[in-house]
Design a protein around this ligand. Structure first.
Ligand SMILES: C[S@@+](CC[C@H](N)C(=O)[O-])C[C@H]1O[C@@H](n2cnc3c(N)ncnc32)[C@H](O)[C@@H]1O
Length: 228
């Protein structure tokens, strides 16, 4: 089996674990209790990494999260004093899940359903936009909502976000992309160049996913992209 096929097999294993959850459950991430509903992406390594790192990068700035899932990264940013403006997700189950978690933590912000930044009103601009995107480039469109959390068909989701992100950034603002060595990093940089962004690797951590504890060489990363 090629390494690429192995990585995709791993992604299917992650999805199978998520799909096996037939009922909502509660979990604590950095002392924030959230509900995780069926058909919504939550990974105890990946989601926790971004919930810990992104608030430090956002600080007190204004913030939009794309693909919020359970809403955990946005909640962590708010708890650290960041000014969440709104969040989006393509998955209707994620929208309801994040709304419920926001409401439980008295965060009265909207979660808009749609692709990337398309549902965001044109006049909204913030200092930081973040997306923990679906890492895997695939040549066949995902068939279920939860598959859209890990597979991005020909990176069309990423193209659309890079197309729109400039419109929603204040001068000096940045787009933070949560990604991984599982992603096609060179393709991502190429898309960013096409739309006129500089890129900088801000943080990188080697991780072991629960379903593949013996695997080496996988990391999670955050890149900063700024309009040139
Ligand atoms: C890797 S998950 C991250 C979820 C959550 N932010 C976290 O870290 O736990 C990616 C999220 O992006 C959403 N998504 C995928 N493609 C999208 C798109 N084109 N526009 C908006 N959301 C998208 C998925 O539904 C999923 O919730």
């Amino acid at each position: 089996m090629t390494s690429k096929a192995r990585l995709l097999k791993g992604a299917h294993t992650v999805l199978a674990c998520m799909r096996a959850e037939r009922r909502p459950y509660l979990t604590d991430v950095a002392d924030i209790r959230i509900e995780v509903r069926p058909e919504v992406f939550y990974d105890p390594v990946e989601s926790v990494f971004f919930a810990e790192r992104v608030p430090k990068l956002v600080g007190k700035k204004s913030f939009i999260e794309i693909g919020t899932g359970t809403g955990i990264v946005s909640l962590a940013v708010v708890r650290n004093g960041g000014e969440l403006i709104l969040a989006t997700d393509i998955n209707p189950f994620a929208v309801k899940n994040a709304e419920a978690n926001f409401s439980k933590h008295q965060v009265r912000k909207q979660v808009l359903r749609g692709e990337g930044l398309e549902p965001v009103p044109r006049d909204i601009r913030v200092e930081v936009i973040f997306w923990n995107h679906p890492f895997h480039y695939v040549a066949v469109p995902p068939v279920s909502t939860v598959e859209q959390s890990v597979f991005d068909y020909r990176y069309t989701g990423l193209y659309k976000v890079f197309r729109d992100v400039r419109r929603h950034l204040l001068p000096g603002g940045e787009f933070l992309l949560g990604t991984s060595s599982l992603a096609r990093i060179n393709s991502i940089k190429k898309i960013a160049r096409k739309y006129g962004y500089s890129n900088k690797l801000l943080t990188k951590r080697s991780v072991r996913f629960a379903h593949r504890p013996n695997t080496k060489g996988i990391d999670l990363r955050i890149y900063s992209f700024k309009p040139i």
